[in-house]
Design a protein around this ligand. Sequence first.
Ligand SMILES: NC(=O)c1ccc[n+]([C@@H]2O[C@H](COP(=O)([O-])OP(=O)(O)OC[C@H]3O[C@@H](n4cnc5c(N)ncnc54)[C@H](O)[C@@H]3O)[C@@H](O)[C@H]2O)c1
Length: 388
Amino acid sequence: MAPSTPLGLTGGSRAGAGCQLVRVATPGGNYDIHIGSGLLTNPQTWAGLPAATDAVVVSNPVVWQLFGASLVAAMGPRYRRVTSLLLPDGEAHKDAASLQRIYDHLLQHGCDRRTHLVALGGGVVGDVTGFAAATYMRGVPFVQVPTTLLAQVDSSVGGKTAINHPLGKNMIGAFHQPLRVVCDLDTLATLPQRELAAGLAEVIKYGPIQDDEFLGWIEANLGALLDRQPAALLHAVRRSCEIKAAVVGADERESGLRAILNFGHTFGHAIEAGLGFGTWLHGEAVGCGMVLAARLSAELGLVPGAYVERLGALIGRAGLPTVAPAMPPERWLQLMRLDKKAEAGEIRFVVIERPGCAAVRPAPDALVRTVLERHRDGSDAPAVAGAA
Ligand SMILES: NC(=O)c1ccc[n+]([C@@H]2O[C@H](COP(=O)([O-])OP(=O)(O)OC[C@H]3O[C@@H](n4cnc5c(N)ncnc54)[C@H](O)[C@@H]3O)[C@@H](O)[C@H]2O)c1
């Protein structure tokens, strides 16, 4: 794949007080990401969606307890019937059993093809609900209401939906674009700090792959982000969504460019699958994976070592691990060969060609071993160790 060049990004637009819009335009559907405060409780958030009699809100007990009632109060008047289904919390439940529970609920409630599924929660709820929407009666509309930073800046946008297989992350899935994405920044107030940091990994990701200036902005504003200052969160979510929308708009089905969004994910997915889903958070695995992928880029002679130190320092300051968990190198390589970017058994990595510009390349196993050796840890707990 040719290296990415920064895309011509158009700014978002405003939609009434307190709400900004970022447009996503793909062959699979055009829709807006609504970003702002107080969106969940505002009936206007639901205006303009296609008519439907039924809505099914899929969530988990933690998120439902926090936001379920206010969401249903705001959206309820649009529908004849709103029902809810709560899945067990956690990455370990992004699986076939949760998917089956959604199908069971839809069939038991006689839901037809125009039923709206509403995913209220983080990336786990969003991914499994999206896949249910992609497949129930060969596809029904769905709305993403992401309540984690990670889901607001990444997983809710772009139409990738999936469940995990015990042998690999996101191995069963489909592309299915939502009708709308509603990022209410107020929901981030209750997010545990560890989850906020995990979301920052995906925010940081956009800097190396597309926007070096944004990376500089994150470096300068990390304290404000960690303190959840509204203006900083708004900029981070909006800029991340603009970049993701532009990349997905250029390559919805990942035939090329979209793969750059997987920076850090080849190593990261190996960490998640190797340690067992949920041991490290997805964002933690991606944070560490970005340090490893940046080091690989340096070993390939693409970026200087100082760039790896720069990125590692930021990832460490965000509260994310920068040291790889202990796994035999053969196990790492075996897991990474399962990566969806692998071709004919050859592992392909997203590397940084220069700050703000990424490409997908194979790398010799020996070089990968060198990288793992340099960032090795003795324990399998996420080591938050500052710059590696
Ligand atoms: N589809 C995509 O393009 C894409 C992109 C990136 C990541 N992902 C997927 O996203 C998943 C990770 O998502 P995640 O990090 O949101 O994890 P998650 O969905 O497990 O949510 C993290 C935790 O936060 C809790 N939570 C959610 N919102 C909360 C709130 N407002 N207040 C308090 N607690 C809250 C949840 O109950 C959960 O315990 C992974 O499965 C990953 O593969 C998908």
